[in-house]
Write a protein that binds this ligand. Sequence first.
Ligand code: SIN
Ligand code: FE
Length: 295
Amino acid sequence: MDRADALASFPLDSWTGPFPAQTQRNALAALEVGKVIVLPNLAFGLEASEKKFLSPTISGDGRKNISLDPKTREISNAKLTGEDAAALAAMIDRFGRSADQLLRALFPSYAPRLERARTSYRPTEIAGRVYSPRKDDTRLHVDAFPSRPSNGQRILRFFANIADDGAPRHWRVGEPFPTFAKKFVPRIKGPAPGSAWLMSRLGITKGERSAYDHYMLNLHDLGKLDADYQTKADKLDVNFNAGSVWFCFTDQVLHAALSGHAALEQTFYLPVEAMTNPSAAPLRVLETLTGRTLA
Ligand code: SIN
Ligand code: FE
């Protein structure tokens, strides 16, 4: 199948709206069906004093992301101290608040249930990094967090390319989630009895992993580890330009990030019930495929 319809582009140029009702409906439908929403005319602007943070040397050794906890506004993993650390935290937080504001204005029906989670800054070049296959995000995957069970909640991620040298962020977008899931679900064994309780007791997970999380983590790993799938599955190469933003449900959209530097990312959680078309949620797709209640 042709993946040319994997993206939906909207010419918005405001972070705050208000947005026309038709734009809201079209963007919501495209997002929920599993497209990447691209806003090519919406740049996240840096202050002149923030340009120095574009240097990849500001992140701690061997770590790719600097992350901000929106509750405490503390950053982890930056090699900065004092005023510089505070200024970087302020930049990352401003991006997170802008993304939050935009999504609430564009999707008023999500607003009461949308949860802003961590914000990250990714200053280092992706191409040329070496990771174990499971951690290698240059391979197509859906996002699933090993230590934070989602219990079926959606993962929505919002990105901005803030590179000042024009470098695009090069992604691949894979096939629709149901097509992917149908191939891999038959290979997944159910969770071992008692394992969710044990992992929670040992502090490996924050709370017990649901059957849904078990399936999603297996989909993430099996997909990445299947070299044949990686080369042969339908996919579309996409360049997200410097000075643009994009977002999608990364638990649903098969994605891989191949090259680029200087991206900001804001993670959101959303309950499945807050969706207009919940039947497209991975939870509902997997429940249909397995014939079980998973979360
Ligand atoms: C990913 O979520 O796999 C990485 C996306 C990115 O950093 O562009
Ligand atoms: Fe990912």
